[in-house]
Design a protein around this ligand. Structure first.
Ligand code: HSE
Length: 304
């Protein structure tokens, strides 16, 4: 059996709707091999309710990679060790897609390069901002132009920490996309363009404070906060407790605050976020994570 490790991701980062993604140091694993007959096991998140037939996202993604390479898919034995919570805005579906296409590509002898894997994963997911960090790691910037998907990766400073307040309820990405307006004001578009451009430039310089100063948005969060009771209170509480900024993670409901490597400070921020959700009647689980600069990778025996 071969084993892949795929990072969780937080997308949008406020101003970079459908554009920015960041890989997190928290992982799903997929063991895989060609087999006599098809066998899919799911351990952890989704165990008992995710489909185990060819409707499963890992299997559908693997089949799409075989098809793109012009090969027929053999029976596969797959064991998914799922740690990333489902439908919380932490990139669980991207992780499944990236797992499937990278496992298939490995078994085929790597006929597809990373840009081709990214194009395929983004097509399957419907937007590129979670699959890009899952594949490349780091902070990713994606843009569709001329029928092509462009992607730049910035390496994240090692001292950056991401504090996630993960509510016990879920929000379907489809629903969180459906509530967004079809048209936006020019002033809001300019607000987001300027913040996003500055944020990327700050990160390229390793300027964490400059990155944090841009963690705002006018294109999706104002609408999506209706789906996450207490979201604004959590963001305010995180910043009051010393976070450099706090945004909705992907399409929510998780809230992501950012900080540096300072354990007592981060414990205080985490407590403030959790208490703010509790005041709004929402129970949540907290995670304090490093970022990931490697992206999806085959595990060497000694890393397992
Ligand atoms: N950019 C996507 C959205 C991410 O906000 O809908 C989904 O996790």
């Amino acid at each position: 059996m071969l084993k892949l490790r795929i990072p969780a991701a937080t997308a949008n980062l406020g101003c970079g709707y459908d554009t920015f993604g960041m890989a997190l140091g928290y992982y799903n694993y997929l063991e895989f091999a060609e087999a006599e007959q098809y066998d899919l096991r799911i351990i952890g998140e989704g165990e008992g309710h995710l489909p185990r037939n060819n409707a499963n996202l890992v299997v559908r993604a693997a089949a799409a990679a075989y098809e793109l390479a012009g090969r027929s898919m053999p029976p596969l034995a797959l064991t998914a060790h799922n740690n990333i919570p489902l439908s919380r805005g932490m990139g669980s579906s991207s992780s499944a897609i990236v797992a499937g296409i990278m496992a298939a590509n490995t078994l085929m002898g790597d006929p597809l390069d990373r840009p081709a894997l990214l194009e395929l994963a983004a097509k399957l997911e419907g937007h590129p901002d979670n699959v890009a960090p899952a594949i490349y790691g780091g902070f990713t910037i994606t843009a569709h132009e001329g029928g092509r998907l462009y992607c730049k990766k910035l390496t994240l400073p090692p001292q950056l920490r991401v504090l996630l307040a993960i509510p016990s309820f879920t929000v379907a990405t489809k629903k969180a996309r459906a509530i967004l307006p079809r048209q936006v004001a020019l002033t809001d578009a300019v607000f987001n363009i300027s913040h996003a451009a500055y944020m990327a430039a700050a990160l390229a310089e390793g300027d964490i404070r400059g990155f944090g100063a841009m963690l705002f948005d006018r294109l999706h969060q104002p609408y999506r906060y209706q789906l996450v009771r207490g979201a604004q209170d959590v963001a305010d509480a995180a910043v009051a407790a010393g976070a450099i900024g706090c945004v909705l993670s992907g399409s929510g409901p998780t809230m992501a605050a950012f900080s540096e490597d300072d354990e007592p400070l981060n414990a205080g921020i985490a407590a403030a976020m959790s208490e703010a959700f509790a005041r709004n009647g929402v129970s949540c689980r907290m995670m304090i994570l490093n970022t990931d600069n490697r992206g999806a990778a085959l595990m060497e025996q000694e890393e397992e």
